[in-house]
Design a protein around this ligand. Structure first.
Ligand SMILES: C[S@@+](CC[C@H](N)C(=O)[O-])C[C@H]1O[C@@H](n2cnc3c(N)ncnc32)[C@H](O)[C@@H]1O
Length: 188
């Protein structure tokens, strides 16, 4: 998980980012691989607590939980598990699943996408935030190169290639300056 000092500089407006990806009041959503919860509390605010948050790392979930408490927001369930387990662990069909800054490092990407498809309702949205596939040396924040190794970064075409076979179609591809892009897919 990136340090908060440069993460905050990179993402000064997490709520704005979420709204630009289609998160809206009234939805029930999942912050998949939520890390220390940088996006979880803003998500919870938008959907009035109708958010699940999952991460493999118990320490991350504890940090995310503490932040949500500090921000005075609630979460439906904190889940410590592998992302591929979600369809078994979440007891309802969701309107939107967010995965931010993580898909590039998931070993079984098709398996994860299948699990997301099972967890979303028909017409539900899979929202993905990724680093642009540019050399790491070029993605500096506070004077240092940041983000995943260059060879791990996924271009949008690679994301489409892994997501669409599971029954999704692309809705939006947006630039998230300075170094990211966002994609949303609708589940058939
Ligand atoms: C780079 S952090 C991103 C956190 C958050 N989404 C954000 O953008 O601020 C990646 C997180 O994904 C989690 N993670 C990686 N692989 C996972 C998996 N297979 N299942 C669940 N969590 C996973 C890690 O524990 C880590 O907290």
């Amino acid at each position: 998980m990136p340090d908060r000092d440069w993460w905050t500089v990179l993402w000064p407006d997490p709520a704005g980012l979420l709204l630009s990806l289609g998160v809206a009041p009234g939805m029930t959503v999942l912050d998949l691989c939520c890390g220390d919860g940088y996006f979880t509390a803003p998500l919870a605010k938008i959907v009035d607590g109708r958010v699940y948050a999952l991460d493999l790392d118990p320490a991350m979930i504890e940090m995310a939980r503490a932040e949500a408490e500090q921000e005075g927001v609630s979460v439906l369930k904190w889940i410590i598990a592998d992302a591929g387990e979600i369809s078994r662990l979440i007891p309802e069909k969701l309107d939107l699943v967010l995965i931010a800054n993580t898909l590039h490092g998931v070993p079984d990407q098709p398996g994860l996408v299948q699990a997301v498809a099972k967890t979303l309702r028909p017409g539900g949205v899979f929202a993905i935030v990724n680093w642009h596939p540019v050399p790491r040396e070029q993605t500096t924040v506070l004077g240092h190169p940041r983000g995943p190794k260059t060879d791990m970064r996924m271009p949008p075409e690679a994301v489409r290639a892994v997501v669409e076979p599971a029954g999704f179609h692309l809705i939006t591809l947006i630039d998230l300056p300075p170094y990211h892009y966002g994609m949303t897919f609708e589940r058939a």
